[in-house]
Design a protein around this ligand. Sequence first.
Ligand SMILES: [Zn+2]
Length: 370
Amino acid sequence: MRDMDTFGDLDIDLGVPGDTGRAGRNIDYEDDKNKAVEFLEKYITSDTHIHKYMNYLQEVADRRRKRIVVSLDDVMTYTGDADFVDNIQRNTYRYLEVFKTAIDELMVGMEPSDGVHIVEDVFDTLQATRVQAELNEQQANGLEGGDAGNSQNRRPAFPPELVRRYELNILPLFKTKAISLRNLSASQIGSSVRIKGIVTRISGVKPMVSIATYTCDSCGYEIYQEVIGKNFMPCVVCPSQECQANNISGKLYMQTRGSKFVRYQEIKIQELPNQVPVGHIPRSMTVIARGDLTRKVNAGEVTTISGVFLPTPFTGVRAIRAGLIADTYLEAMELELEKKSYDVSAGPLSYIFIFSLLVSTKIYRTNMLT
Ligand SMILES: [Zn+2]
């Protein structure tokens, strides 16, 4: 009941892959990926005349940068294609993958700059071993008389996410206004929005698995499982053809060191007092920050968050009760502090502010009940 009027708007566009864009035109993601490649490669800043994004990619190759931020204003300036930009803004989550594929393509064979010495880490060693294993297998198959097609089926290729050394964020157009939580509507699910509010609670920063790697104790293959969302079902039985052909259900063991983890933090934001109409309860929402976006805000700070408005389906027992109803959250792309006070004396004041917010919430609640 709490968010009933948020979903009052019936113009629902879930922005799922393969849907149609503006005016019912079919979106060709391959074509859009090529546009993204061209943009990242050729975009030059108007003031400093540098290849902004190629420099970013070089810094990623040099291991000096982890986060790449693509600004839709830059895309608009370079392409001048309002439809393309509109599609990205309305279906941002899908386009993150499109841009990541474009970046992967541009980074193939990109070497570190001269004079940059890269210290190999666990990740490099594992990667080298994996590539070597693949080569050995290809050679072995070659000697047997070329059974390349079969080997492709047996060993799954590496998931692209496993070898990426960057995080990608897409920022909405500069002119996108920062709105309050109660102005978000169902029609904006899947799209980039900008929201202003006060941080009321932050969780600790925890590692979250994004690619789980398993090894099979019967055939020795590595199995990768991409994890999307908060919950996942661990793989137990080996799916490789070797195990299936021999009718063995190979047992899988998860390899913590071979898996990929990202930093993960949950932030609760609440409407500011001036955004709440008289007699209403301030609304709140969960924001999820990953990677370099964690530890950017603290409780009590007023912040403007750019992000993608997404649904979270309920899981477990709650899913049975909820049916088709989903909760929503904001996947953070950028967190900006409205005002950060470095004055120590201002500390307790912000606590008083939160306290007054909590108190006012309580008063509204009692009003509701009586
Ligand atoms: Zn196996």
